[in-house]
Design a protein around this ligand. Structure first.
Ligand code: CDP
Ligand code: CDP
Length: 238
């Protein structure tokens, strides 16, 4: 029987997860789900609702917005990428701001928010043929996924690459500020109580420090070929 897989990609901030996930989804004709973009979108909503003003910082004030939240991922032909829509609004560019980056890990440790997103993310997996990236995909969302990748890289190289991204977009932010944000998020994500960033035992680790995006893609394509050839439990993976 021909069957599509679920590919889970987790790892440190700016380690190359979404580049790999996006490239894989194009190659395999799978759907790409960027779970970091979902946490970022909720953060954007919280900023707009002024939830970070200390007198409003109470999750019960935010629950009404969470209940009917709607996420969509749509292919953007012009920019050759997948865009995220929250409540029908395309927020793909806005969620990459440094303001959202500085607050997202605070939002991502709130149990009510994780619970809500976990349900939505698991539902995306009802239809297989998914590449999903984040922090807890292999450990929590899809522990049964056919392939789990865990990405890391030196903080200097990761920061430099993200710094170059901001520079290209014309954003005035220093390398030191980017590095501080990545380090802060890594710590928050590693040491939070609920579904922290953790390398699943059965994952394959890729260190992207010294390799190109093409090389990391080829490594994973090879792993997928091996799974296809192994034909486990008489499943023909496509
Ligand atoms: O792209 P980058 O690595 O900078 O971050 P991201 O994947 O967009 O994720 C932004 C933040 O969302 C992370 O730093 C985590 O705090 C949170 N996140 C999470 O907690 N769980 C996930 N599955 C995905 C993201
Ligand atoms: O999704 P995540 O935050 O883990 O990382 P990313 O956005 O895919 O990658 C961060 C930046 O590093 C992007 O500009 C990638 O093009 C770049 N990168 C690279 O140059 N070489 C790699 N092997 C991986 C990523």
């Amino acid at each position: 029987m021909n069957q599509k897989m679920i590919i889970a990609i987790d790892g440190y901030s700016a380690s190359g997860k979404s580049t790999l996930a996006q490239n894989l989804s194009k190659k395999l004709k799978y759907t790409y789900i960027d779970t970091g973009a979902m946490y970022r979108s909720i953060t954007l909503l919280a900023i707009r609702k002024k939830m970070f003003h200390s007198d409003l910082w109470n999750i019960t004030n935010f629950i009404p917005f969470l209940i009917n939240i709607n996420f969509q991922f749509k292919w953007n032909n012009k920019l050759n990428r997948t865009d995220i829509f929250i409540n029908k609004e395309n927020v793909q560019s806005e969620i990459r701001s440094i303001e959202v980056s500085n607050k997202v890990s605070l939002i991502a440790r709130i149990p009510e928010i994780r619970k809500k997103l976990t349900i939505i993310q698991k539902n995306f997996g009802n239809k297989k043929g998914i590449v999903m990236d984040g922090r807890d995909i292999g450990s929590n969302i899809f522990p049964q996924s056919e392939l789990k990748i865990f990405m890391k890289g030196s903080i200097e190289v990761r920061s430099y690459r993200r710094f170059e991204y901001f520079k290209k977009k014309g954003k005035k932010i220093s390398y030191e500020e980017v590095k501080k944000n990545l380090f802060y998020r890594d710590m928050m994500d590693l040491y939070r109580r609920i579904s922290p960033l953790k390398k699943p035992k059965d994952s394959i680790e890729i260190d992207s420090t010294l390799i190109s995006t093409e090389k990391q893609l080829n490594m994973v394509v090879q792993l997928i070929e091996n799974i296809r050839l192994s034909n486990k439990k008489n499943k023909n993976y496509i």
